[in-house]
Ligand binder design. Structure first.
Ligand code: NAD
Ligand code: DAU
Length: 356
């Protein structure tokens, strides 16, 4: 048995690959084109593991996809590959349209063609799982109910609009062609291997480097935070037991304003790695101009996945954020390699001369 994962060198994808192979002996094909966000150092523990086959390639490469699918006959394809940073989508939306919309389209086309070659049993058992985001639902007022799967799509950034478009394509491939798809819409993840452009890892690495902690606007924007390993367990559960054609919202029941997140990170660092001058890291907080079109609040109603599939997060925010801060303290070399760009040499170092 084989599964194919796209984007498995990124933050969530690499956590998923590591967790999957800790529990399964299936071959896992990891297709990733290693943008700035793809980091094979995350997967260095799998270096000699025959169950992990890394393929340096693009989800938009139809020829490569057709050959991988024909050769390996996966029972499932999980799509994590994306451009994922909202601020980057504001500065340069083209890559988001290219990967998140056009890339997902090419992936769906290749999967549809492959699926058509399977016998009836293979067709029925096959799954295409699309990893999406709560941002497609737009922004909530303070008193509004959390997003359910029925909430209308109202994406506000180029990133969320591109993810919304990909969700619609996935839905259409089920409705029109009968492709057995599953879509998950998750809230903000945090945890190991999180690229330090996103709020939590940026605050940790900037604090330790003595740099300002840039809080956008008034810092009262609310996000729902989920430890990344809990997201991975939810995806495994949806893959295993989700009903095809269905959408499952995934969240941590854990809404917090950004300023509280930054404050918690500072408090943990004050405890675990106090500043030399004895002052709190809170002194480094610096209010900066807000993100254009900044969504005020996201909140996920994760009742459906709890009631239907029996999934709930294992970590509370207190346990997850402590583990996360500790991970960054314990992995200073990973942070240094990411910041210096050294991690980008890993592909050459590790894979040149290796045959697939
Ligand atoms: P990430 O940016 O850390 O990783 C994305 C990965 O995809 C990278 O390894 C990158 O090299 C790869 N990739 C990009 N374009 C590609 C292409 N054209 N072909 C092949 N690979 C490509 O992202 P992440 O935070 O791990 O997010 C993974 C998925 O989960 C995304 O679809 C994102 O929208 C979704 N999501 C993320 C969060 C979050 O909080 N990070 C929450 C909900 C949903
Ligand atoms: O909700 C799920 C989404 O969460 C995912 O789909 C995205 O891929 C992921 O990047 C994340 O999007 P956000 O925009 O919510 O994450 P980010 O870490 O960029 O920002 C979190 C909040 O913190 C947001 O309100 C903006 C704010 N922020 C962010 C940065 C980087 C700051 O105040 N200062 C910062 O420097």
């Amino acid at each position: 048995m084989t599964i194919l994962v796209s984007g498995g060198a990124g933050f969530i994808g690499s956590n998923f690959v590591l967790d999957w192979l800790a529990q399964s002996d299936e071959l896992l094909i990891n297709l990733d084109n290693l943008t700035y966000a793809g980091n094979l150092e995350n997967l260095s523990s799998l270096q000699n593991d025959p169950r992990h086959l890394f393929v340096h390639g693009d989800i938009g490469d139809s020829v490569l996809l057709a050959s991988l699918l024909a050769q390996h006959q996966p029972r499932a394809v999980l799509n994590f590959a994306a451009e994922s940073h909202v601020d980057r989508s504001i500065h340069g939306p083209a890559a988001f349209v290219e990967t998140n919309i056009v890339g997902t389209f090419h992936l769906l086309e290749a999967v549809r063609a492959y699926w058509g070659t399977l016998d009836d049993g293979g067709k029925a058992a096959f799954r295409f799982l699309h990893v999406s985001t709560d941002e497609v639902y737009g922004s909530l007022s303070p008193e509004a109910a959390a997003f359910t799967e029925q909430h209308r799509y109202e994406p506000n950034s180029p990133y969320s609009a591109s993810k919304a478009a990909s969700d619609h394509l996935v839905r259409a491939y089920h409705h029109t062609y009968g492709l057995p798809v599953l879509t998950t819409n998750c809230s903000n993840n945090y945890g190991p291997y999180h690229f330090p452009e996103k709020l939590i890892p940026l605050m940790i690495v900037n604090a330790l480097a003595g740099k300002p902690l840039p809080v956008y606007g008034d810092g009262q924007q609310i996000r729902d935070w989920l430890y990344v390993k809990d997201h991975c367990s939810a995806i495994r559960r949806v893959l295993e037991a989700g009903r095809t054609g269905e959408v499952y919202n995934i969240g941590g029941w854990n809404e917090k304003p950004n300023l509280e997140i930054v404050d918690t990170v500072c408090a943990l660092l004050d405890e675990l790695r106090p500043r030399a001058d004895g002052a709190s890291y809170r002194q480094q907080i610096s209010y900066v101009t807000d993100r254009p079109g900044h969504d005020r609040r996201y909140a996920i109603d994760a009742s459906k996945i709890a009631l239907e599939l029996g999934w709930k997060p294992a970590e509370t925010f207190d346990t997850g954020i402590r583990k996360t801060v500790q991970w960054y303290l314990d992995n200073a070399q990973w942070v240094a390699d990411v910041q210096s760009g050294v991690y980008r040499d890993w592909l050459e170092k590790n894979y040149t001369g290796r045959s697939a």
